[in-house]
Design a protein around this ligand. Structure first.
Ligand code: G6P
Length: 356
């Protein structure tokens, strides 16, 4: 496969741009021409159906993808789902349900913290599935089952396409266990088109990043519900490559402490794609703006208002994380570029962390 940067200055930008194609590849792999799901062995779905609870275990960006996937397993497959940080679960295993099923999410399939958990749960005799981008990896080999995430080689340290691919594959797996209540294949085709549309707007995000972040030391990403999960990933992207200290969190928590950090000009990015909480989030945006924050709202078409920085194309609300993360990736990329840093190789970080 293509691991050449081609005309791109950095792998990260290439990998951001590949996300539309990755979405199509995943659909082509997991749906047949009539729209039926394929490629998920019955042994996987049967074993999951026997479980009373799913435990998603992962690290970093993969953990953030798990926070989104949880919604699909709970809402479509109706299976209670917990998402855990591997390095915590490994040494403080929470009380488990009677019939747990483990899902390991990993780009590399080699993360030591996740491997430690897999070892532990295997010793306890619990079934496990790995969703990995690198298929011939320790986590895929050692789990009972493995399914490919199909993002293609990801070289930049900051993970982008592996995140969207993990969210997509979890959606598809959840749909194989239950009913999303809409035509997932058709909606994912739309998602691919709209990812492309957003990545075509690079200049907008370059400008937003340069205006809002060039000389900042700190920034915030807020959202509610699924947007809170995406806010964590958005903040990680920005901080890990630009070194701007960025916090991502559930917007309702602002008033319980964080709002005291807001100063004149502090950039606060709000992700606004969930209708149930859109009004509340608008209120929170107004509250930080009143305290001097530079608010930058990325809202979905149905919820957008004048003054929002970017309008995200509308797809099914549960799939909006696949679109909402893209501006955050591009903002992180351009902010880092504007600060003259090496986008692909941030200091102190490794693509795959094989020590605990
Ligand atoms: C490293 C990478 C992150 C990644 C995390 C988990 O910290 O820099 O981008 O999210 O490991 O890696 P995995 O390969 O298990 O997804």
């Amino acid at each position: 496969e293509d691991t050449d940067k081609g005309a791109y200055p950095y792998y990260m930008l290439k990998e951001i741009d590949e996300q539309a194609v990755v979405a199509r590849n995943i659909s082509a792999h997991y749906f047949d021409e009539d729209g039926n799901l394929q490629g998920i062995p019955c042994a996987v779905t049967d074993t999951i159906q026997e479980a009373d609870r799913l435990y998603i275990v992962a690290a970093g960006t993969s953990y953030h993808a798990g926070l989104v996937g949880k919604r699909y397993f709970e809402q479509w497959a109706k299976i209670p789902t917990e998402v855990h940080i591997a390095s915590e679960f490994a040494y403080d295993q929470p009380m488990l349900s009677e019939k747990p099923f483990f899902i390991f999410l990993s780009q590399s399939g080699e993360t030591a913290d996740s491997r430690e958990v897999l070892d532990n749960v295997k010793k306890q005799g619990y079934p496990a599935l790995t969703l990995a981008n690198v298929m011939n990896s320790t986590l895929t080999r050692e789990a009972d089952f493995a399914l490919p995430v199909l993002a293609g080689p990801e070289i930049a340290v900051a993970s982008t396409k592996a995140y969207t691919a993990q969210v997509l594959v979890q959606a598809i797996l959840a749909a194989s266990l239950g009913n999303p209540g809409f035509d997932l294949k058709a909606e994912l085709a739309k998602v691919a088109v709209e990812i492309q549309a957003i990545t075509d707007e690079k200049e907008s995000f370059k400008k937003i990043a340069e205006d809002a972040l060039k000389d900042q030391h700190s920034a915030f990403y807020i959202g509610r519900g699924l947007d809170a999960a995406v806010a964590l990933e958005a903040a990680l992207k920005l901080k890990e490559i630009s070194y701007i200290q960025t916090e991502g969190f559930a917007a309702g928590e602002l008033k319980h402490g964080t709002i005291s950090l807001i100063e004149e000009g502090t950039p606060v990015f709000a992700l606004l794609t969930q209708s149930k909480t859109a009004g509340l989030l608008r209120g929170e945006v107004a509250q930080v703006a009143a305290r001097g924050a530079n608010t930058i709202v990325f809202a979905s078409e149905d919820l957008a208002k004048e003054g929002d920085a970017f309008v995200l194309p509308q797809v099914n609300e549960l799939l909006m994380p696949l679109l909402a993360v893209i501006p955050a990736q591009l903002v992180a990329y351009y902010a880092t570029l504007a600060r003259g840093l090496d986008v692909d190789r941030p200091r102190n970080l490794a693509k795959s962390v094989t020590v605990q």
